[in-house]
Design a protein. Structure first.
Length: 273
């Protein structure tokens, strides 16, 4: 998994490349790995792809957001990530946008197609941002979305996106844990009709597992508290649904307004436009 987070003291468009060993329990462990460099997003993106192919046991990170990264111990010493001082953060919004969208059938990725003149993924991200949670995270994978994303989001690049949506959620909660968030609210980048009010309502739930209820249809956004993150699957196309099946007594259905339908095909897109 990779993540982009803007670094303090560097130009806004600078990225830092982090490499660390993947750990099933703790996410990205950078101890003993001493690689850090700065470069353009596209250049480092290609570097990440190549490194992941040859070293699948490693996690590779591109950082863009608040905070700082430092290196100690020389070229072969550990990389240490220094977060901003301050209280623990609250709830982070996560927009899952890493899949290939193979059912769509268009001449470009569906998330880049426009709904009402706005790229599909941007509509979802703007709604998440407008909910004003502590941080907004976007997980991309199959296609580069940076050009259509607002500057204020944190972008995680999931190199393992082909293994299913669960890998994107795992990347998000791993990052959220490193930032001290106590919960995430995740939604999908192909749901243009989910408003900011739905993100906010689910985020305000007081339990560890909550889902938006659109007139009887339970769909994302879904809130998952940190106490449940270790119970999420690591691969496959289910994440929150697994938890809701296993722990139905924890599920809170939050009444929300909006349209939870996703866009899977060209016909779906035509209906929205």
């Amino acid at each position: 998994m990779t993540y982009l987070r803007r670094t303090a003291g560097r130009p806004q468009n600078s990225l830092v490349l982090l490499i660390g060993r993947q750990d099933r329990r703790h996410g990205l462990d950078t101890h003993g790995i001493g690689v850090a460099s700065v470069g353009a997003p596209r250049v480092l993106g290609r570097a990440v792809a190549g490194l992941h192919q040859h070293t699948p046991a490693l996690g590779v990170g591109l950082c863009r957001a608040s905070g700082a990264v430092s290196r100690s111990g020389g070229q072969n010493g550990p990389v240490r990530e220094d977060h901003d001082e301050g209280p623990r953060l609250g709830v982070a919004a996560v927009v899952l946008a890493a899949g290939a969208g193979v059912r769509f059938g268009g001449d470009r990725h569906k998330l880049l197609c426009e709904v009402g003149g706005v790229p599909l993924v941007r509509r979802a991200v703007d709604a998440a941002l407008a909910a004003d949670l502590d941080e907004t995270i976007v997980v991309m994978g199959a296609v580069d979305l940076l050009e259509v994303l607002p500057e204020e989001v944190t972008v995680l690049h999931n190199e393992a996106w082909e293994l299913g949506q669960a890998t994107s959620l795992a990347a998000a909660v791993s990052y959220a844990g490193s930032r001290g968030h106590r919960a995430v609210v995740f939604g999908c980048g192909d749901q243009p009709g989910v408003p900011a009010s739905a993100w906010a309502a689910v985020a305000e739930a007081d339990g560890d597992l909550a889902v938006a209820d659109f007139g009887g249809a339970r769909r994302p956004p879904v809130r998952i508290g940190a106490a449940l993150w270790s119970h999420l699957p690591l691969t496959g196309d289910e994440g929150g649904r697994v938890l809701m099946r296993r722990r139905p007594e924890l599920v809170q259905a939050i009444p929300c307004e909006g349209n939870p339908d996703d866009i899977d095909t060209l016909e779906d897109l035509r209906k929205w436009n």
